[in-house]
Design a binder for this molecule. Structure first.
Ligand SMILES: NC(=O)c1ccc[n+]([C@@H]2O[C@H](COP(=O)([O-])OP(=O)(O)OC[C@H]3O[C@@H](n4cnc5c(N)ncnc54)[C@H](OP(=O)(O)O)[C@@H]3O)[C@@H](O)[C@H]2O)c1
Length: 278
């Protein structure tokens, strides 16, 4: 079954599911990312701080999939938030990836204590105007961070990539993004090592629909309107994680999975107001 797409607020589209590349590195990493392209993923999520942009670029060249069919998404780190630093960072990413245009350029974390995320956003706007990048967005931005960059530039991000999984369903942040016309992307979409594969709402739905618990969680994202970025180094899981468009969870199943949410459900306490990632 082919992957549906989302229309973004800048007139471009993204596939409804992407591939998370962290921490895939080296020859094994390149092989795994090439495998993901062969399995059918058309959106690859990387970042300067994953130190694997070279592997992503190499996988793109190795794969039979035409460049024009793939969206490469990367992120500038907190240490590059100054306007000139951010533009230099994007140029370095272009070189490391070995592409002439980045499809989706994000700011990785707001790092509010650094106080330069507005500058970084202005640099992304310039990079888009100059044709270095196609789509611009952010990651881990709260409502306050979004309001500031929009107020100061008049430019609304196309996507906001946030921590989102059954233990942290981000009801308010999803609504904030939707109200602003921003597509929510989900990092650690299954909850990584804490994935609630055995939790009753997930396990029951998996049995009822004859799918895996991972497919249930990824389908839950899809029905929420969230674009999940699952990572797997395993070919079978890569393929299975894409295969979520042939069944539908009921409203009760959706509500039960969302009901697994906890107030402190973040995986490692990554509150964007306090978490610093340079
Ligand atoms: N913006 C940010 O701040 C941020 C932060 C964290 C992550 N991310 C992005 O989000 C992506 C995904 O996040 P993540 O890797 O933390 O979490 P995840 O995708 O929720 O979980 C990945 C883990 O689940 C396992 N797995 C994958 N498919 C499975 C399946 N079908 N059944 C059982 N286990 C399965 C993987 O193991 P195997 O590889 O062995 O299959 C891996 O250990 C990252 O790669 C990165 O691109 C972004």
């Amino acid at each position: 079954m082919s992957t549906p797409t989302y229309a973004l607020n800048d007139g471009t589209t993204l596939p409804a599911i992407g591939f998370g590349t962290y921490p895939l590195k080296g020859e094994d990493g390149t092989a795994a990312i090439t495998g993901a392209l062969d399995a059918g993923y058309r959106l690859l999520d990387t970042a300067v701080n994953y130190e694997n942009e070279a592997e992503v670029g190499e996988a793109l060249r190795r794969s039979e999939v035409p460049r024009g069919e793939v969206r490469i998404q990367t992120k500038i780190p907190g240490r590059h938030h100054g306007y000139d630093d951010a533009l230099a960072s994007i140029r370095t990413s272009l070189e490391t990836l070995g592409v002439d245009r980045i499809d989706v350029q994000l700011i990785h974390w707001p790092n509010p204590s650094v106080g330069k995320f507005v500058e970084a956003w202005k640099a992304l706007v310039t990079a888009q105007q100059d044709g270095l990048v196609t789509t611009i967005g952010v990651s881990n931005f709260t409502a306050e961070h979004l309001d500031r960059i929009i107020a100061e530039t008049g430019v609304t991000p196309a996507v906001n990539q946030i921590e989102l999984h059954p233990y942290f369903p981000q009801v308010d942040m999803r609504k904030t993004n939707a109200d602003l016309g921003i597509r929510t992307e989900a990092w650690s979409p299954m909850g990584k090592r804490q994935a609630p594969f055995d939790a009753a709402p997930v396990a029951d739905a998996a049995r009822a629909h004859e799918v895996t618990p991972a497919q249930v969680i990824l389908r839950w994202h899809h029905q929420l309107g969230s674009l999940p970025l699952p990572k797997s180094g395993t070919p079978e899981r890569q393929g299975a994680n894409l295969d979520i468009f042939g069944f539908e969870l009921s409203d009760a199943e959706m509500a039960a999975i969302t009901g697994l949410g906890r107030r402190d459900g973040r995986l490692f306490g990554g509150d964007p107001n306090t978490h610093e990632e340079m």
